[in-house]
Design a protein around this ligand. Sequence first.
Ligand code: 5GP
Ligand code: MN
Length: 334
Amino acid sequence: MKIQDIQAIQLLLSTPKKIAIIPHRGPDGDAMGSTLGLYHFLLKNNHHPVVVSPNEFPDFLAWMPGSETVKIYEKDKENCTKILEEAELIFTLDFNALHRTGEMEHVLAKLKAPFIMIDHHQKPDDYAAFTYSDTSFGSTCEMIYNFILFLGKKEDIDKTIGTCIYTGILTDSGSFRFPKTTGTTHRIIAELIDLGVENTEIPTLLFDNSSFGRLQLLGRALQNMKVLTEHKTAYTTLTQDELNSFDYVKGDTEGIVNYGLSIKGIVFTAIFIENKEEKIIKISFRSQGDFDVNQFARDHFNGGGHRNAAGGKSEVSMEETIRKFEDLVPTLKI
Ligand code: 5GP
Ligand code: MN
């Protein structure tokens, strides 16, 4: 961040303020970790922060400190709109364009208070008064750690803030193995562990808390998988009926997309998940190496993300969506 921006933000934060903190719709570990980490930091500095999530966060993140205070816009639009309109400062974390908040976009677009964007996605929009955007980071949580350092408040980072930051770094780095994981990432993690962050308990809470239905759903997704060996591609599907038959709850499909990459020689993988309520097929893409799934998602499936992890959606049927995908794959340089 520019020194002038840091000084301007320090000035803004020098008196107690009502602050809204916004993650993207469908918040993941990094979105929840960064918003809640910042929430606890601002609370400690005598502000009045509220995390307003566009929609519900998954159950497997419900243990996170402060998650019980999170307001859900799509469940309580009136109250959340009031909070947003009264906010004197708005942080948007882990996303790069207001449309990533779904319907909440229309409320956010009208607000007069200054925005601060902290994010690691490509091509940030320019709605914010202050933009800390850097795609070299593996997680927004690592940027929140830096942001607190920029403000000269490192000593404020305690076990609670650290737990939130640890969670987002862990989940967005695929447990510290994705390419943007650096020595600095590990040094931050080491500091957080020294602060008492429970580095064996957190992965257990995140990853070893599945229902039996979730495991069976994974089994179905693996059985549905199609491997296009000559195009180094694997994809799978889950229909709404399949989700229902395994008592799907939000978060159950998290991480399933990655299994395609565990097949030898496969470097591009996708999962197509039907959502009848929203009348869309939600898609996740993952790649290993140079194939840019962010560009692919932007070009063909109304989405975006990062080079090796992106998402998008399709508004036609599962069959048509798969046909489009299968037609596209042979045209790609994978
Ligand atoms: P996931 O597949 O885990 O939902 O998302 C992977 C990455 O792609 C995340 O960084 C997420 O923010 C981004 N992403 C997922 N879905 C969309 C989408 O519909 N639009 C855009 N622009 N980014 C997405
Ligand atoms: Mn992220």
